[in-house]
Design a protein around this ligand. Structure first.
Ligand SMILES: Cc1cc2nc3c(=O)[nH]c(=O)nc-3n(C[C@H](O)[C@H](O)[C@H](O)COP(=O)(O)OP(=O)(O)OC[C@H]3O[C@@H](n4cnc5c(N)ncnc54)[C@H](O)[C@@H]3O)c2cc1C
Length: 363
């Protein structure tokens, strides 16, 4: 939706094809809702660059268009001396990435901010916050349609064929199948983005585009414990940055939850297993000692579209025109996992730049 809003602002012939009956039924409504600051990602990666600029743009948009947000700030807490060393590396990486205002805190400084959190030291990230992602999506849709984009719901892309002047796209809706031709096809299909690339004829194994689904579960925290912290509290992330580690989030209504966990799965299933409660409790009890086992209740789950399989090195977003693979005008966005929400407006600008290169005569 961010891409449609950005591209439609210079070229009104934009059609958004969405297989569900409305927007935001897949990844974009099953996440932590955090505006990340850009600490974690490898230097120079699209994840780092687009997260840092997305963070800045999102806050401006929230203020300008009254989209709900809370600039809460976050602490990344080290619970041992070994983790304290890892925090130093993380701080340096965050600074190199351009994350704003990071500060290392001693145990005492951390305790002044968060008396109920335990740890040896912490990084304070003041530019981390939470956002009303539903309102953000609605804003993008209003902008896209206001600039002439058309959105077709219940319309699934089932075929893509390269033709002389672009792509013949076949879609299925309630009436059956029909096709049309477009000069540029932007594949933002989230959990299906590898499948859409494959429909177009890309060998997704050769290209390294096959997605691995990675489930993240959340547990709500009751018992008034949300009053015991003032900001988001995260552990030092596990190695290889598969995720940022099970952490505490607060939403716009100050509801507290823990998550997301990390389990690679074969299919899309949003149930949350109560059997994982112990794992959640064990993951946070060292730095959030006030949380008790019985405070936790299964809440919801999301699925990450990961390019790296279990144990593999972290992969960057794929956002590119596939001209060098023989598919000019096919722009793939694959592996748009976290920080994809934060990065959305920056991803949109990046994609609009690719479209400008492909269609210099437009806009
Ligand atoms: C557990 C979890 C926690 C996260 N936490 C954060 C966070 O705190 N901060 C952050 O910045 N990011 C976070 N993210 C990442 C962020 O949520 C995603 O990067 C972002 O929502 C992806 O948006 P998208 O538009 O690419 O995918 P989606 O929202 O899934 O949109 C893709 C759309 O394509 C449609 N579609 C698919 N195939 C077809 C087809 N063939 N034809 C037509 N339509 C099709 C789908 O129905 C869907 O609506 C998190 C993700 C997860 C899973």
């Amino acid at each position: 939706m961010a891409v449609a809003a950005q591209v439609a602002s210079r070229d009104s012939q934009v059609y958004v094809l969405e297989k569900k009956k409305t927007f935001g039924q897949e990844i974009s409504s099953r996440h932590s809702g955090i505006i990340h600051s850009g600490i974690y990602y490898p230097e120079g990666s699209l994840k780092a660059k687009l997260c840092v600029s997305g963070n800045r743009i999102l806050y401006q948009m929230c203020q300008r268009y009254s989209i709900g947000y809370r600039r809460l700030g976050k602490l990344i807490v080290a619970t041992s001396n070994e983790e304290a060393g890892e925090l130093e590396e993380l701080l340096e990486r965050g600074n190199r990435n351009g994350a704003q205002g990071l500060k290392m805190l001693s145990r005492q400084e951390m305790k002044e901010l968060e008396p109920n959190v335990e740890g040896a030291s912490a990084i304070l990230s003041p530019s981390t916050g939470v956002i009303d992602s539903h309102a953000l999506m609605k804003h993008f849709i209003t902008r896209a349609t206001g600039s002439g984009a058309q959105i077709a719901y219940l319309t699934e892309v089932v075929g893509v064929e390269k033709v002389a002047d672009g792509y013949q796209v076949t879609v299925k809706d309630s009436e059956g199948e029909f096709s049309f031709i477009t000069r540029v096809l932007i594949n933002c299909a989230g959990l299906d983005s590898d499948g859409v690339a494959e429909l177009a004829g890309i060998d997704i194994d050769n290209a390294g585009y096959r997605l691995h689904y990675c489930k993240g579960e959340y547990f709500s925290v009751s018992g008034g414990k949300n009053r015991l912290v003032n900001r988001l509290i995260l552990p030092v992330p596990p190695s290889k940055v598969t995720g940022v580690g099970i952490h505490v989030t607060l939403d716009l209504d100050n509801r507290m939850r823990l998550g997301p966990s990390i389990h690679y799965v074969d299919s899309i299933d949003y149930t949350v297993s109560n059997e994982h409660k112990q794992l959640f409790y064990d993951s946070v009890k060292s730095f959030l000692p006030f949380i008790e086992y019985d405070d936790l209740e299964p809440e919801m789950a999301g699925i990450r579209p990961k390019l790296q399989g279990p144990g593999e090195d972290v992969r960057d977003f794929v956002i590119r025109d596939e001209g060098d693979k023989g598919f000019p005008g096919l722009i793939n966005l694959i592996g748009i996992e976290s920080p994809g929400l934060t990065a959305a407006p920056a991803i949109a600008e990046y994609v609009a730049g690719l479209v400008r290169e492909l269609l210099p005569d437009r806009g």
